[in-house]
Design a protein around this ligand. Structure first.
Ligand SMILES: Cc1cc2nc3c(=O)[nH]c(=O)nc-3n(C[C@H](O)[C@H](O)[C@H](O)COP(=O)(O)O)c2cc1C
Length: 198
């Protein structure tokens, strides 16, 4: 049976989705590993009922079943005031039953983000996204310095997880180093998922 890795993201302008695609490529470079790309709905003043999915969105909305069937997961969100965006936080706020039953305990997880600026929120967003994952008992996987691009990058990239510097106009095109770091993270997450599943 294939190792399934959930790539769960929110993206308004497309930058975080580009990162999700590259992470999925890294995951699928490992034999028998399958990336499940899933997004989350936007939140509105009334959020009890999930908004209808629009055809503009490229991936299906994540379900709680996805958390049960995945062997590992990567979580991505744009930085909003140094933190994850509300739709991603809202998704995690619906996972209380899975926290209680331990659905995710012992599975590996990684985080990624995109920002307008170089120095206003990348690492704080990555660290804050790790908090609900640690509550769920997930094991955090980062990008070690053995990935040379994480040392040479002049744009995004960190040991805590891949990042993209999108600039003030939110350019979603990733730099060569950012692509390498996304793929490297995807590959590592897949390798760790296979080992832990084994
Ligand atoms: C309400 C709001 C808050 C934001 N806060 C930050 C921030 O704290 N730091 C930053 O560098 N960029 C910030 N941004 C910019 C986004 O993080 C950036 O454009 C990101 O690349 C968007 O990703 P997406 O295209 O996947 O939606 C903010 C954008 C919005 C709309």
């Amino acid at each position: 049976m294939s190792t399934k890795i959930l790539v769960l993201y929110y993206s308004r302008g497309g930058s975080v989705r580009k990162m999700a695609e590259e992470i999925a490529r890294g995951i699928e470079s490992i034999a028998d590993c399958e990336a499940m790309l899933r997004t989350v709905p936007p939140v509105a003043t009334i959020t009890e009922k999930q908004a209808h999915q629009t055809t503009a969105e490229k991936d299906p909305y994540a379900s709680l079943e996805d958390l049960k069937i995945c062997d590992g997961l990567a979580v991505g969100s744009p930085t909003r005031f140094g933190n994850m965006a509300a739709p991603m936080k809202y998704f995690w706020d619906t996972t209380g039953d899975d926290w209680f039953s331990g659905t995710l305990i012992g599975k590996p997880a990684a985080v990624f983000t995109s920002t307008a600026t170089m120095h206003s929120g990348q690492e704080s967003t990555l660290l804050s996204m790790m908090i609900p994952l640690l509550h769920h008992g997930l094991l955090i996987v980062g990008v070690p310095a053995s990935e040379a691009a994480s040392l040479s990058t002049k744009t995004g990239g960190s040991f805590y997880g891949p990042t993209h510097f999108a600039g003030p106009n939110n350019d979603p095109n990733l730099s060569e180093d950012e692509i390498k770091i996304c793929r490297s993270l995807g590959k590592r997450l897949a390798e760790v998922s296979v080992k832990l599943k084994g």
